[in-house]
Ligand binder design. Structure first.
Ligand SMILES: Cc1cc2nc3c(=O)[nH]c(=O)nc-3n(C[C@H](O)[C@H](O)[C@H](O)COP(=O)(O)OP(=O)(O)OC[C@H]3O[C@@H](n4cnc5c(N)ncnc54)[C@H](O)[C@@H]3O)c2cc1C
Length: 484
């Protein structure tokens, strides 16, 4: 069966052991003096915490939810197999900072199939049809890149006018599927700057499992949202469990969480920063996860199938995830946003009808357990991933500027080429940590070197690989604080 190359779709296109904060804010501020408070234990926050701990600085990692990982989380309880509720594709694994650190034991990262399939009604596209589709996408990508060199218009404005009956499919792949938004809402410069994602990998245990493994040994205060950050005298971070005084903070909450006023800043953030958060709003992207028994549709492991659709009411399916019966129907953009607003049952119904339209009604009998994510409604995310509004690609650099020389922002939105990815979030967290460490200056006394004995003890407990352990050499006594 003919397959398309993924390039065609997307290319162009404590120290740390923290003490529980006292309940009275003033007392807690005095008792919990640390170097750095990090808000959010997703990829960016974990990366930043590792770096700051490795430099021997005292760091507190606050997480609002009752688990770590944020938008990169794996769970087993719904289907009995690893289910990535957020990120699943490890883009450009050779360069991805996360795969470079992946512990070897218990984590298997393997290459994703290099190509995809396209369904045209009840049949798969023929070779010539795929070539047409590829050529149109290449032209669309080129046209957006050309337009971006002249100005920051909407991607939709740059699209060639003669995409014919492939237009809805091209628009879905480049817009909702790639960016979480319609191309009319996406900056051509942001799109053109995004790094090529032409090779991918999957983690058999789940991408979230990999990220969680990289957080082993990091103490996290779960269910502890930062509600306010005051930078008038050093940094005071308020939580429902007390206030933590620090010399600097790194905030990794999503752009939508910050734009919605989820954290109160004193002094208030400047208008240009508030505008930047608003113009880097998160698009909509969700998984409708179906357990399809007996491989009823004859998929291969990790098959990715698109549809030659007639309009924006479409989806993609990633089938037989890592060889299991789990299939993810991906809905995104405006259509996905409207659908998720109707609730999980409506989403599952859509997925079943969509598959029935492409493969026949019998598929409905093969669907067993199901689940749908609704990231727009997750209070600590409020969406999937950022894409800059037309004219606003520069907002990403605005978010790289520190606030009052004391607060740095990090997260997927704070990366110019890897926005919308776990790798981008990770790199932004490391970059913010480096900036904070420069601001804090050299340590007065060097941190004690970790002994062979402590390394051995830790490796038994955390199952971390030697490569990862080296990054923790200057961070003794690292413990994990369990949820309350
Ligand atoms: C459905 C979906 C599919 C995706 N697919 C892919 C993919 O295949 N590949 C890929 O690379 N990327 C993918 N992404 C994007 C990727 O998941 C994100 O870019 C990345 O995980 C973001 O990491 P982050 O650290 O910036 O933010 P987050 O993961 O959102 O971490 C921020 C953390 O801060 C916490 N928080 C928020 N407010 C507060 C507060 N006030 N106090 C304390 N904590 C707070 C949140 O709970 C969260 O844990 C996908 C995203 C979604 C939603």
């Amino acid at each position: 069966m003919p397959r398309l190359s993924r390039r065609s779709f997307l290319a162009a296109s404590a120290a740390l052991a923290i003490r529980p904060a006292a309940s009275a804010p003033a007392a807690a501020a005095a008792a919990a003096e640390v170097d750095v408070v990090i808000v959010g234990a997703g990829a960016a926050g974990i990366a930043a915490a590792r770096r700051i701990a490795a430099a021997g600085r005292k760091v507190v990692l606050l997480e609002a939810a009752d688990h770590i990982g944020g938008r990169c989380t794996t769970e087993m309880r719904t289907f009995g197999v690893p289910y990535d509720r957020g990120a699943h594709w490890i883009h450009t694994p050779d360069l991805n900072p996360v795969t470079k650190l992946a512990p070897r034991r218990g984590i298997e990262v393997y290459p994703a199939p290099a190509s995809q399939k396209v369904r045209i009604g009840r049949r798969y596209a023929r070779e010539g049809e795929l070539e047409d589709f590829l050529a149109l996408q290449a032209r669309a990508n080129r046209a957006i890149a050309d337009a971006a060199r002249k100005g920051d218009v909407a991607c939709a404005q740059a699209l060639p006018g003669d995409l014919g009956d492939w237009r809805p499919a091209v628009e879905f792949v480049l817009g909702p599927f790639g960016c979480g938004k319609e191309l009319a809402q996406v900056s051509a410069v942001d799109f053109a700057k995004s790094a090529e994602r032409n090779t991918d990998a999957f983690c058999r245990q789940g991408f979230g499992t990999l990220i969680a493994a990289l957080a082993e040994g990091i103490a996290v205060k779960l269910s502890t949202p930062a509600t306010a950050i005051d930078t008038r005298r050093n940094v005071a971070v308020e939580t429902p469990k007390g206030t933590i005084a620090a010399r600097a903070a790194i905030v990794t909450a999503s752009t939508n969480v910050i734009a919605s006023g989820g954290i109160r800043f004193t002094p208030a953030l400047a208008n240009r920063q508030l505008d930047a958060f608003a113009k880097l709003s998160l698009g909509s992207y969700d998984h409708i996860a179906l357990e399809i028994a007996d491989n009823a549709l004859g998929f291969e492991s990790d098959d990715l199938v698109f549809e030659k659709s007639a309009d924006s009411r479409t989806a993609a399916i990633l089938a037989n995830v890592s060889g299991t019966q789990l299939c993810l129907v991906e809905v995104a953009g405006s259509f996905g946003r409207d659908l998720t607003a109707q609730g999980e049952a409506a989403m599952v119904d859509f997925a079943a009808d969509w598959l029935a339209g492409l493969y026949g009604a019998d598929v409905k009998k093969a669907i067993k357990r199901s689940h749908a994510t609704r990231w727009n409604h997750e209070p600590w995310a409020l969406g999937a991933f950022s894409a800059a509004a037309p004219g606003w690609q520069g907002a990403r650099r605005i978010l790289m500027e520190p606030v009052q020389g004391a607060v740095w922002f990090a997260g997927e939105a704070v990366h110019e080429t890897l926005w919308g990815t776990v790798g981008g979030a990770w790199e932004s967290g490391e970059r913010a940590a480096d900036a904070v460490l420069r601001r804090l200056g050299p340590m007065k006394e060097p941190a004690p070197a970790e002994t062979e004995t402590t390394l051995k003890r830790k490796s038994n407990r955390t199952h971390t690989a030697p490569r990862q352990r080296r990054r923790f050499q200057a961070a003794p006594n690292i413990t994990r604080e369990e949820p309350r």
